[in-house]
Design a protein around this ligand. Structure first.
Ligand code: HEC
Ligand code: HEC
Length: 162
């Protein structure tokens, strides 16, 4: 009897994560294309159109890697070539009229400024990303610092954390 009870308790304990994950699944972001039966053929959602208007996007905070306002499809970045640097490197900006990578991109992890781009800033799209016109599937309550300051104390503003 005692053994049977223990088994019962074990079975219940094993079921708890399943029950809990069911609750979380209900909170998951709703994607318009799903859920639907696996056997049903559903046409794929159209992909977002890339934003390539060449207009600088405002940075949300001083240290934000600026967003890429132009197309980067098929731009090669590997051991042999870095397409981005053909326009953004110091010596190429006169011809391309692209903004030069800033001084932080020449600094190694000890803060020493090198003659060329630092290896830790070589893979540009690790930090810089283009945008599409896709609607965000989850909300975002980010508040710009200017709005925070404009509304008085941190977190006490009308649009601050509630
Ligand atoms: C053919 C030249 C060219 C290439 C190649 C190129 N860019 Fe650009 N980039 C520009 C120019 C010119 C601008 C200025 C805005 C514009 O005209 O689109 C710019 C703007 C940017 C900006 C915005 C800077 C700011 O202050 O807002 C970022 C970030 C950027 N590029 C990153 C990249 C990355 C990453 C790559 C490689 C994947 C790349 N670019 C490849 C020419 C280029
Ligand atoms: C580790 C992240 C990281 C990587 C990798 C990186 N960047 Fe940046 N980039 C930043 C940040 C952060 C800023 C803004 C602050 C600053 O200048 O450091 C920036 C700024 C820029 C700017 C604007 C400079 C200005 O003065 O307005 C350009 C252009 C740019 N990056 C291009 C590139 C290119 C091209 C590469 C690849 C060779 C690259 N970045 C790699 C993080 C990165």
């Amino acid at each position: 009897m005692k053994i049977r009870l223990t088994f019962g308790a074990l079975a219940l304990a094993a079921a708890i994560p399943v029950l809990a994950s069911g609750v979380f699944a209900a909170d998951a972001p709703k994607v318009p294309s799903g859920p639907h039966p696996i056997t049903q053929d559903i046409p794929a959602e159209p992909m977002g159109r890339e934003v390539t208007d060449d207009i600088k996007k405002v940075r949300n905070y001083a240290d934000q890697p600026p967003l890429i306002p132009h197309a980067i499809r098929d731009y090669q970045i590997d051991l042999n070539i870095n397409k981005c640097l053909t326009c953004h490197d110091r010596k190429n900006t006169e011809g391309s009229q692209a903004p030069m990578i800033s001084v932080t991109h020449f600094q190694d992890r000890d803060g020493q400024t090198l003659g060329t781009v630092s290896p830790r800033r070589y893979f540009c799209i690790q930090c810089h990303v283009p945008q599409t016109d896709a609607k965000p599937i989850v909300g975002n309550s980010f508040v710009d610092i200017d709005k925070v300051l404009g509304n008085g104390a941190l977190g006490g503003g009308k649009e601050g954390a509630k």
